[in-house]
Design a protein around this ligand. Structure first.
Ligand code: NDP
Length: 420
């Protein structure tokens, strides 16, 4: 899902003041990451030296043009390629929406074309995106703001179904949280499209551009760069493979489409998640076989936990008679839904978050351990997941009452068995 996203009530983000702080602060973080880590300079772990470099150009017509062309190309592929129609969850008003889904096909064609045109034929210097990264970032921030403004205005059209939390009456808060639940243009669902297509695929595309720039500069691609590209490309492929699963997430069912998701999907993900590959262009690393094996093992472990836990819960809830679900021990609750207390879910109450985080750490480790900024993802994601675990724990205590305390006695740890 979207990086900045993960909704809930507007109040959880501090009301109008919090919304204002996020609208100004999130783009500022993107600028800050560039300022403290770009070119040859990057904030070091020790001694604590923090460089501050701003880009040669802040905005450019070329940057805006390339950014917009990417968006339109991905949109064209989504509309033009065949896809399957999937029905969303039942809406509060009783209706159900149809979604055209072909993210994996769009991903394959888009990334495959970039790869063939650059590495294969040498016909397109996609490394341009690495050289003009900041201009692309500015274009993306500007577009995210304009889109959110457009969405806010559109939400006032008659008949728009509004999100519960994005309808406080405070313009700033509603602009941030998102007022309309499922804004559409014809049959194109703007929120679902932005959640999975341009930003996630753009992330993998930008990583590839970084790899290509390293290739044109060094004459080869380092093993660390390959690792970051492969890890993250697989993560995107995995998310797109499970495209229908997005329909039951909070982002789709509950949150409106406003600045939080628009910025998260279109800017935060492709700009901040490409930091490791961007770092490796200026600081190439050749990893020793031992270090490489360790990083791969960590990634595999993280993936096994992440998929194992999420898959167990999905099977257990949707197909309780499946052999995979039947081997799990569970606890009955007064609310009627059962809670798993064995397997992955017996180790910690959000072991799925821990698996996700371990994968994130494995993305940062190929950058070596001299600089701190490439670890931004692991640090930010740890904060996000700890906060999300606390929110979910509070929500479950409300949903399950005393049963939740019984469950916590069975599974006492939140994220890390025997530690936390
Ligand atoms: P979960 O998939 O952990 O879902 C939590 C809900 O599951 C609870 O509210 C409860 O709901 C149910 N549940 C909790 N414990 C049990 C149990 N023991 N047995 C059965 N059901 C249980 O949360 P998320 O949707 O937050 O996360 C899903 C995945 O997405 C995670 O792997 C996470 O890492 C990832 N993620 C990634 C983000 C990113 O930016 N990359 C952001 C957010 C999440 P109920 O009982 O009502 O069904």
């Amino acid at each position: 899902g979207g990086g900045g996203g993960g909704g809930g009530g507007g109040k959880e983000f501090g009301g109008p003041l919090g919304a204002a702080a996020m609208v100004a602060g999130l783009p500022a973080v993107c600028v800050g990451l560039y300022a403290t880590c770009s070119g040859g300079a990057c904030a070091a772990l020790a001694p604590p030296a923090v460089p501050f470099a701003l880009p040669p150009a802040w905005v450019s017509l070329a940057g805006a043009g390339v950014w917009l062309s990417w968006l339109l190309a991905v949109l064209g592929l989504h509309l033009g390629l065949p896809g399957r129609n999937v029905r969303g969850v039942r809406l509060a008003g009783g209706g159900q929406l149809q979604y055209k889904m072909n993210a994996l096909a769009v991903y394959g064609v888009a990334l495959g074309s970039l790869f063939v045109l650059s590495f294969g034929l040498g016909a397109l210097d996609i490394g341009w995106a690495a050289d003009h990264f900041f201009e692309l970032q500015t274009a993306s921030i500007a577009f995210s703001l304009l889109l959110s403004l457009g969405l806010y205005l559109k939400s006032h059209a008659p008949g728009a179904v509004l999100a519960e939390h994005g309808n406080t009456g405070n313009a700033l808060e509603d602009f941030f949280m998102g007022r309309e639940l499922n804004p559409r243009i014809g049959r194109l669902d703007l929120k679902e499209f932005c959640e999975l297509y341009p930003g996630l695929i753009g992330w993998a595309g930008l990583n590839l551009a970084m790899a290509y720039r390293q290739y044109t500069q060094l004459g080869r691609v380092t093993n660390s760069m390959v690792l970051v590209n492969v890890f993250q490309a697989l993560y995107v492929a995995d998310a797109l493979w499970y495209e229908p699963a997005i329909l039951s997430t909070m982002d789709i069912t509950t949150d409106g489409f406003g600045f939080m998701l628009a910025f998260g999907d279109l800017t935060w993900v492709p700009i901040t998640y490409t930091l490791q590959a961007r770092y490796l262009v200026d600081h190439p690393q050749d990893l020793s076989p031992g270090y490489l094996a360790f990083v791969v093992a960590l990634k595999v472990l993280g993936y096994a936990i992440f998929r194992g836990a999420n898959g167990d819960k999905d099977k257990f809830r949707r197909e309780p008679d499946h052999p995979r679900a039947r081997r799990l021990k569970y606890m009955n609750t007064e609310r009627g839904t059962k809670l798993i207390i064995s397997g992955w879910w017996g180790l910690a109450r959000h072991i799925n978050y821990t698996g996700d985080w371990l994968m994130g750490l494995a993305w940062c480790l190929p950058c070596g351990i001299t600089h701190v900024v490439p670890y931004f993802y692991a640090i930010y994601f740890a904060c996000l997941l700890i906060h999300r675990d606390m929110r979910d724990n509070a929500a479950c205590r409300l949903k399950y009452g005393r049963d939740w305390d019984k469950y916590c006695a069975h599974v006492p740890y939140r994220l890390v068995p025997y530690v936390y």
